[in-house]
Design a protein around this ligand. Structure first.
Ligand code: HEC
Length: 311
């Protein structure tokens, strides 16, 4: 008798375990391949590259192993003028996003267009390359491997770029600095829509890891912050010391992301800055001290590029 109950218990346990594995492991996979990536998902994959959380290639979250987003107004191969285009440059060895390395991430139609028209099958991580997001005549977005289709190589594209955004590395800063403790990247389908912009669509997240939705909101949603506030100067001041622009802000200072020197190579003396700022706060000076402009390779620059790129 006891043996029979034991057996029923084992069977029930087996069924429950298999069912939960099916639900947590298999079903999301099916769901991803049944949802086509939106244009936003393709842009995010190409901006952020592979995994942004703690990972083998960037264990200390320093913004390594990330592509560079550039804007072009001339063709890097021919020099001819073109309409303003965003391109995503992966220097040799930069890991590709999973949409380029796995065939069930983009969704069937997007995958097919990316392979047939976009020639992504020719791309090779070890050699790097340049990508753009294009769309077919019937509006299916796809990834185009511009190195194969247009002859845009990494060096020429970086040289021809009007602007370079280190938004991929900046997402690493966003994750590392825990911005998501206060900020969400997920406007909801409520009145949120009116102040923070449109909620994302399901297909916006294909291939993005992590999604950095955030867990709790103590501060404005940032999913479209670059559309409502595109001022780099404001961001520089607000990240250096939020109290410079919002007197009662609870947001922490991120002045340490500036590193040792500013954009002109001048040393940054945080202690002297603080001293001057406190004197200003007590009324001894009319103006607060100048905020240093972040160096081109500083973590502050990466973070600001990421934030301004949230459109
Ligand atoms: C302790 C909570 C907190 C943390 C942590 C925090 N913020 Fe904020 N943030 C705020 C608050 C509150 C505001 C509203 C404006 C203000 O008070 O400065 C804000 C405003 C902003 C804005 C302007 C939003 C708008 O609508 O224009 C940006 C951009 C921003 N934060 C980015 C960041 C980033 C990036 C990080 C991580 C490096 C971060 N914040 C970390 C609380 C926080």
């Amino acid at each position: 008798m006891a043996f029979r109950e034991y057996r029923i218990g084992c069977i029930m346990f087996g069924i429950a375990l298999s069912l939960s594995m099916f639900i947590t492991v298999i079903l999301p996979g099916l769901d991803i391949s049944s949802r086509s990536s939106t244009k936003a998902a393709l842009e995010k994959q190409l901006t952020y590259g592979w995994e942004t959380g703690f990972n083998y290639y960037d264990p200390f979250l320093q913004g390594k192993d990330k592509p560079i987003k550039v804007t072009l107004t001339k063709d890097p191969a021919t020099g001819a003028a073109i309409d303003k285009t965003d391109a995503y440059v992966f220097p040799a060895g930069t890991h590709f996003p999973s949409g380029l390395t796995h065939d069930n991430i983009l969704g069937d139609a997007v995958q097919k267009a990316s392979v047939d028209l976009g020639k992504v099958g020719l791309a090779d991580e070890t050699k790097g390359g340049v990508f753009v997001v294009s769309s077919t005549a019937n509006d299916t977005p796809y990834i185009e491997y511009a190195t194969a289709t247009k002859g845009w190589n990494v060096d020429a594209t970086l040289k021809a770029a009007d602007e370079q955004f280190l938004a991929g590395s900046g997402k690493t800063m966003f994750v590392r600095e825990g911005c998501w403790w206060c900020h969400t990247l997920l406007p909801e389908q409520t009145q949120d829509w009116q102040s923070f912009g449109r909620p994302p669509l399901v297909g916006d997240f294909n291939g993005e890891s992590p999604t950095t939705f955030g867990s709790d909101r103590k501060a404005p949603d940032l999913l479209h912050v670059g559309s409502r506030n595109s001022s780099r100067e404001w961001m520089v001041m607000h990240f250096f010391n939020p109290r410079l622009v919002q007197p009662h802000s609870i947001m922490p200072r991120y002045d340490y992301l500036w590193g040792d020197v500013d954009i002109d190579g001048k040393p940054i003396d945080l202690a002297a800055w603080d001293e001057h700022y406190l004197e200003y706060a007590e009324g001894a000076h009319v103006y607060p001290p100048e905020v240093p402009i972040p160096a081109a390779d500083s973590e502050a620059r990466m973070l600001i590029d990421f934030v301004l790129n949230l459109k």
